[in-house]
Design a binder for this molecule. Sequence first.
Ligand code: ADP
Length: 400
Amino acid sequence: MKILVINAGSSSLKYQLYDMTDESVLASGRVERIGMDSSIVTHEPADRPEVRVVDEILEHTSAIKRVLDMLTHKEHGVLSSVSDIDAVGHRVVHGGEVFKESALVNQETKLEIRRLFDLAPLHNPAHMMGITAVEAVLQGVPQVVVFDTAFHQTMPQQSYLYPIPMVLYKRHAIRRYGFHGTSHAYVSERAADLLGKPLQELKLVSCHIGNGASATAILNGKSFDTSMGMTPLEGLMMGTRSGDLDPAIVPYTMNKEDLTLTEVNSMLNKHSGLLAISGLSSDMREITEAMFDGDKNARLAFEMYTYRVKKYIGAYAAAMNGIDVLLFTAGVGENSAVLREHVCDGLTFLGIKLDKELNAQRSKEARIISTPDSTVTVMIVPTNEELLIARDTFKLTKQA
Ligand code: ADP
């Protein structure tokens, strides 16, 4: 069974083609600058070099057609015909309270995703364009939607409600949803597998630290609490996002600086975090390099960032009455030894003891980086959201 996984953004579309007999990736790629002049298609067959083509791609249906051309191309292709694609799985950011798990695409599913446009105005409309484009080009091929929020739907009310008037929750669904759920679900399952223990019996804290960052407390195999909220702005400090702050700062700043709602929103989402404090970059590689070169602002940004991760680990250990496994994943979590070292430093009271040598080793494999006498197992688990989307798509379309 061959499954095409799609992550459609407003001006980009990423794809991976899986052969589910052995879960291998046959090809992957992306279309960038959709709707702009000179769109770029980058296609990478698993066994041949990458190809890049510059073209004019005005909307998502043309982008999907271009992807299918690449997948069946006589030189760069990996399929003899598009009819070899059995199903398509889509990443969808917001599933609201309706989608507690992945779902087959039908009229009802599409209607619900549209109803959620308000909650994720930058993402859900773009995903819908991807779904409609596949419908137009691959008629009759079943599609599945996999939501970033679904894993967190198990959070209890005490975790997901904000202490504001209940009418706002009832009228406008203002509550915490959490994101990166596909990643937290994947890495926690993978960690339990590697440890040879049932996930249901472990207390895990999963730290997904990339451009966006979130921590999740996983109890009895379920998300119990997570740091992102109604939007992906809450929680940890991120590359350009502030994370937690006193909400009174918003009206105060608007008043003092004469900012509009759009401007203050943009300040908190695009001009805060590492970028704001360092005055240099939102990229953790550049921050750490500058810090080692003696840049004081970069050091402050790094220290604020790691301190906030540490506080969430402590909070979640308290929330679950303990912690068995601490996981690091995503771009920064998987690659930055110095970040992991700083986060774990001073957490011996929780039973966290990092093995500095194991932590410093470079590898793409999931592995343990704590000492044998550490009561908490600290692990790096590379995330693979696409694989989980392919698996869910496989499961749901097999049953259909
Ligand atoms: P996204 O949230 O966009 O999926 P990723 O998970 O790919 O992001 O993470 C991207 C981030 O990972 C970038 O900020 C990048 O600086 C960081 N990163 C990648 N490699 C390293 C490294 N060796 N050290 C520190 N940060 C790294």
